[in-house]
Ligand binder design. Sequence first.
Ligand code: IPE
Ligand code: IPE
Ligand code: MG
Length: 246
Amino acid sequence: MNSESQSTSKLVPQHVAIIMDGNGRWAKKKGKIRTFGHRAGVKGVRASVSFSLKNNIKVLTLFAFSSENWNRPQEEVGVLMELFKMVLSSEVKKLHKNNVKLRVIGDTSRFDKKLVAQIQDAEALTENNDGLILNIAANYGGRWDILNATKALAEQVKEGSLECEQIDEAMLNRYTCCADLPELDLLIRTGGETRISNFLLWQVAYAELYFTDTYWPDFNEDAFQLAIDNFADRQRRYGMTGEQVS
Ligand code: IPE
Ligand code: IPE
Ligand code: MG
């Protein structure tokens, strides 16, 4: 490919993940309590789903609650759980109408019965949709994901159905939460911090990273477009030289 065609071939991500951060600081800036920011953050979720639908993104993975977020004040955790329930009951029908397949990744066993039932119902309702896959990471941790996969393989070795030497990256990948999804292309973090916070550790290996100072409640379709434009001009080299991949 010559330099002219390289400059015209723009990259389009299939799988985008977002660390939706900055709700608390957004609220504080407005003189409000942190949970006000979480409620406002629902706007950002709607905008990013709508943008993904319009732009043919195949998978959108949203970090809604990390395995470490249980360590926040109990009241804040309570509001987040209630909000999760509220959003599920108000948005699922609309998602279904838009052919969205909703899935939740993470250890849902720690959630209350009502929330677990709501998650199961939403997943069942949208199971056969083949538009956007909306992956919600809830009580998710990247280390937990890798540990689960490791344990599943260790069990098979213990039973004698698997030899240690047979284990390779592809096999371990099959036991992680995103096994059946396209590779993660772009990871966006809002809110100004430049860290991964135990999100998709295994999957992030060759993802492109994009950090923005925009707080999550202000993350709208224009802000998403900026991230996509930034991604479009990158060169993904996977360890090779620029000349090899162009
Ligand atoms: C992200 O916003 C939402 C969750 C982690 C659930 P934060 O609540 O972390 O907002 P900041 O980072 O404190 O501003
Ligand atoms: C990461 O944000 C988790 C979610 C966005 C759900 P945090 O606000 O919890 O991350 P840290 O604590 O700043 O690393
Ligand atoms: Mg935060």
